[in-house]
Design a protein around this ligand. Structure first.
Ligand code: B12
Length: 232
């Protein structure tokens, strides 16, 4: 890949995160192995790391292995040590490895309805996916709206009146106005629903819950699960 390509990636944004430095213990070692596997495009190795840790639960896999490994990818990208193509490959391999664990997980059915996703045009959907999966494992009937929640388009098929929890993920600060607008719509359409938000842009916002007019913010999927238990 040429030098120019290196300059048009995530490095245009701010903040590379701390990557894997300083992360010890079992999770740290697994995160390092997983990072090496996804950066090498080695699906079998990436899958192997996650399957070996499945007994610890999906929360452990997401928060101790996958998230720090992706943070490391972001860090290398930020430092111009990866191309955009490298980053895309690493993300794709990580997503495929995560998906390979799904058939081995016993997913509960039924439960109160939750909708989780990102506001358009946010493409950072992995964090939202993790939150959706952990809520589903905790007994929420979860709809993952992927990289774009459009109320107008989804109002029919999601049976909004039954939605008890609406969770939105925002990574880029530039997407906060769109998130604010969506939240306003949800509050109007679903006055009974609890609204939760998270993601990098939310974490960087002082008094995010107050500023956005929502019920709570959380910095991880497991924290989201804890908060949502009080709303069932
Ligand atoms: C993978 C990735 C991408 C992929 C996303 C693929 C996908 N399907 O998600 C692609 C290639 C699309 C991408 C694109 C871009 N990216 Co990018 N990307 C990343 C990377 C490497 C990893 C993100 C990730 O998945 N992390 C793992 C997840 C699990 O972490 P998380 O989202 O924070 O989620 C956790 C918590 O925040 C929380 N959470 C998240 N959502 C929610 C929601 C709720 C309700 C709750 C309760 C909790 C919660 O729980 C999660 C689990 O613990 C990061 C680096 C990094 N340090 O994060 C850069 C990064 C986020 N990207 C960045 C940038 C700049 C971009 C681009 C603008 C690049 C460009 N020039 O085009 C575009 C923007 C695209 C868009 N319109 O959104 C910057 C953002 C800088 C900033 N301003 O903050 C980063 C930080 C890289 C950097 N510079 O260091 N990116």
């Amino acid at each position: 890949m040429g030098g120019d390509e290196r300059r048009v990636g995530c490095c245009q944004g701010r903040g590379g995160g701390r990557g894997l430095r300083g992360r010890g213990g079992r999770g740290g070692a697994e995160a390092r192995l997983f990072a090496a596997a996804i950066l090498a495009g080695d699906y079998a190795a990436a899958r192997g790391v996650l399957h070996a840790a499945l007994d610890e639960g999906l929360g452990y896999i997401y928060e101790r292995i996958v998230a720090p490994a992706l943070e490391e990818v972001g860090h290398l990208w930020y430092e111009n040590r990866l191309t955009v193509a490298d980053e895309h490959l690493a993300t794709a391999v990580a997503q495929a490895a995560i998906a390979s664990t799904y058939p081995r997980i016993r997913w509960p059915s039924g439960g109160p309805r939750a909708v989780v996703g990102c506001v358009e045009p946010e493409l950072h959907s992995l964090g939202a996916r993790m939150v959706a999966d952990l809520l589903a494992l905790d007994g929420w009937q979860t709809t993952f709206a992927s990289g774009g929640i459009s109320l107008a388009a989804k109002i029919e098929d999601l049976r909004w009146s039954e939605v008890k929890l609406f969770a939105v993920s925002v990574t880029l600060p530039a997407h906060l106005p769109a998130a604010r607008a969506l939240i306003g719509q949800v509050r109007e359409e679903l006055p009974e629903a609890k609204i939760l938000a998270g993601g990098r842009a939310i974490a960087a916002l002082p008094d995010a819950a107050e500023q956005l007019g929502i019920h709570a913010v959380a910095s991880s999927g497991s924290m989201a699960v804890e908060i949502a238990r009080g709303w069932r």
